[in-house]
Design a protein. Structure first.
Length: 255
């Protein structure tokens, strides 16, 4: 039951209203006698519902595959970016404290900026200029190091490579924020779901109660399937979204 409460209360309430409304609409159409017009075509309507239902399941599975691929890609880039920044802190430990301190400070400032402000900006589709400047400070902290011997030069090159990796992962993460499910795909999924429900409203069930239950269950499944689809479309907001915990750990666990 706990998984049910993950879904926002407003969404559950809207779903309940749609289920009750669909069942009431079916009852009203039934009392109006419209089901009698299709009594001789029950078999044909059943086949049509089955065909559209199969099409819906295939298209929905494809849509979820596309969205989940984008969702996991964002998660992977977050882990790679934060991992590169962690490596920057770890590999820089052999530097002199005076040379290392500005780099450590800039990494923590950036990580805090990402966790506290950038996530909200990404979910709202806003610019990330503020954290971009913070990240540039990290790169500057690395490039401004002055190696004095071969050992430090080798370490400097290693730190520079890690900074470049972090930059690449950040760019990829930000590019993925703009990717959304194609509008035509969402329209097609919604249209096929609506057609299934529309046909069931006129399906000549022999038992009224069975018809109302069938309409209610179908409405519930289609509504929450649509909710999952649209909620996962933006990985930075919604009920299920990517976490900034990896950046929080950079602030609290590493020095």
């Amino acid at each position: 039951m706990q998984s049910v409460y993950i879904i926002p209360g407003t969404t559950r309430l809207r779903g309940a209203k749609m289920i009750i409304g669909a069942a009431a609409l079916y009852l009203a159409l039934r009392l109006a006698g419209l089901h009698k017009l299709f009594q001789n075509d029950a078999e044909g309507m059943g086949v049509l519902v089955q065909i559209i239902g199969t099409l819906y399941s295939v298209v929905y599975a494809f849509a979820i595959y596309v969205i989940w691929g984008q969702f996991t890609s964002v998660e992977n880039q977050i882990l790679k970016e934060s991992g590169a920044l962690k490596d920057l802190l770890v590999f820089s430990q052999s530097l002199k404290e005076t040379a290392r301190e500005p780099m450590v400070r800039s990494v923590k400032i950036y990580a805090r900026g990402v966790a506290e402000t950038e996530w909200k900006a990404l979910s709202a589709g806003e610019d990330t200029d503020k954290t971009e400047k913070m990240f540039v400070a990290i790169i500057s902290g690395v490039t401004e190091l002055k190696p004095v011997d071969d050992t430090e030069r080798a370490l400097y090159q290693r730190l520079l490579d890690i900074a470049n990796q972090a930059s690449s992962h950040r760019d990829e993460r930000l590019s993925l924020r703009a990717k959304r499910m194609p509008g035509t795909l969402l329209v097609f999924v919604t249209l096929t779901a609506s057609m299934i429900l529309f046909l069931l409203l006129f399906f000549p069930f022999r038992n009224v109660a069975l018809g109302m239950v069938s309409i209610g269950i179908t409405t519930m499944l289609l509504f929450f399937a649509h909710f999952v689809l649209t909620d996962l479309d933006n990985p930075f907001e919604g009920t299920w979204n990517v976490s900034s915990q990896a950046f929080v750990e950079l602030i609290t666990k590493y020095r």
